[in-house]
Design a binder for this molecule. Sequence first.
Ligand code: PEP
Ligand code: MN
Length: 345
Amino acid sequence: MIIELQASVPASTTAAILEAAKVRRLTANLVRNERDAQVIGIGGSIPIDQMGLPGIARVEPVHKPFMMASRELRDSSTVMVGNVPVGNGDPVIMAGPCVVEDLDGLVEGARAAQHAGASILRGGAFKPRTSPYSFQGLGELGLQHLAAARDATGMPVVTEVMEPGEVDLVASYADMLQVGSRNMANFPLLKRVGDSDKPVLLKRGFSATVEEFLMSAEYILSHGNPNVILCERGIRGFDTMFRFNLDLNAVPGLKELTHLPVIVDPSHGTGHRSLVPRMAMAGIAAGADGLIVEVHPTPETAMCDAAQTITPGTLADIHRGMVAIHSALAPIFAPEAMPVAVAAD
Ligand code: PEP
Ligand code: MN
């Protein structure tokens, strides 16, 4: 049940609603929408019509199962990653190596990515690798290198966390916690990052439907963390030519359903560096709020995902394309430019 309150709502109404949820053992989350109105999402129903409370603006007893993620709650959200806004209409680039290898290489790559137009640094310290014999990441040393690269460049950092027990450690270094594709349905992890005060980059499971993806976001939101960014990173297809198939339908599809920012990962979504620039730009054309791209000063030598990793020079081309495509399309798709429904006579 979604209950929107009037600006003038007495505090007693809010308290009565939260208490009614509590006695029924229902979760209740109080957030503000973009008009600064208070909205309460309750995981079930309370007899609001019979409670006679003043200051209720709107009640939605029937809504999407991903209530807190849905546009029935609010229209749009901007998530701050450090000092970088994501979802405010200006697309951003997150870039860096698949895995943090060493401090000097990370800082060199971070500076080059920043020069090419990136504003957030990515890099894995704890890596989910298909083979247990592959490099698993530097662990806490990798987190320390990321923090040093942030100090050197001023760029906030995003890095993956794989286990509930490591959330505090990763959050003590990172500006945003990444939940990877393989952990999208790791519900204990989702609940734990939902308790964190750091924003979360949630990547779509490569076999997950859009609705399952949104329900995973709902776990984080319903645990009290409103700062979630969704990432479309490709789903499994039948064609072995591609590592994954970047599902660009999902981008405008998600935008119709959720207020959360959506970014696109053309690196994992293709698996081939030659395909990354075009698919990055296609992601922006599809309406993404940004990109996450694997970049390395010498991609051939990257210790993880080398085949899909691009140079900083290619990232600069993507940045130029992104700015051009976004400025060409923004006026066409701006809400005020949408055709207004005309009543039939
Ligand atoms: C990554 O971003 O490095 C990564 C492992 O991505 P995914 O979880 O999408 O495979
Ligand atoms: Mn990777």
